[in-house]
Design a protein around this ligand. Sequence first.
Ligand code: ADP
Ligand code: ZN
Length: 285
Amino acid sequence: MLGAIEAGGTKFVCAVSDDDLNIIEKVSFSTTDPEDTLQRIFDFFDGYEDLKSIGIGSFGPIDVNKNSIKYGYITSTPKQKWIDFDFLGMMKKHYNIPIGWTTDVNAACLGEYELGSAKENNSCIYLTIGTGIGGGAIVNGKFIEGFGHPEMGHILIKPDPKDNFEGVCPYHGNCLEGLAAGPSIEKRYGTKAQNLSSDHKIWGIVAYYLAQALVNYTLVLRPEKIILGGGVMNQPHMLDLVKEEFERLLSNYVEIPNIGAYIVTPSLENDAGVTGGLILAQQSL
Ligand code: ADP
Ligand code: ZN
């Protein structure tokens, strides 16, 4: 039996599966403080005595550098109570089994790479556009990381002349996340993004920002596929708008796969993260 934790800033999802990754049980609860959240994790997994390993995909930033003394920690998160929380260490204290550790978006990327939209590919990027923006990338089965994990949401992009918004990122103001994640839309108009009509001008602006980001990722990594998840992608036409802007900005400079197969949504939908966590658990054995 395998276990997975999708640790999000808003909610946690825990799941167990059989050895063939068929999910047997899955629970979800709100992210509160670390002690209470950890207790809920223990309450769930303690019920499964034949658990062989667990894979964790966590919100962050997190430390994924095995040579670092803070390996396994959540580090500089805006969630005060979680700053410098030794998540992996606390899990290892309670469970004497292998535990895989990566970012939430890397886990979703792994799920899509092995069993979802990118299962026929050797490389892909997974980007979520929700409360924040984050991305992970896999090339030949390995996460792209070095000193740390990628922070694809905080790249610097050109503001749209039609948009004089200063951005909401506490670090950079108008980085990609500061201009295009859900809270930036809410801050501009004083209502949740999903309450705006589908012909509102903001969708073209957000698509322009996302397309710039995808052009940059394409030029740096040349992946075979880019998968876009997260709440903002629930906006009807967002995928088409992004594809149109992307083609305009790339301007045929480099060859890419057919655009319809290149920029897609996650075929595992909401299970990409937990599925990736289960695969990570399997790999950690
Ligand atoms: P999280 O990032 O916390 O895991 P989500 O991926 O669900 O959660 O993203 C939540 C964000 O997505 C919120 O800012 C919300 O306003 C926005 N959102 C949800 N539905 C839509 C929609 N249909 N159109 C645009 N934005 C949406
Ligand atoms: Zn930023």
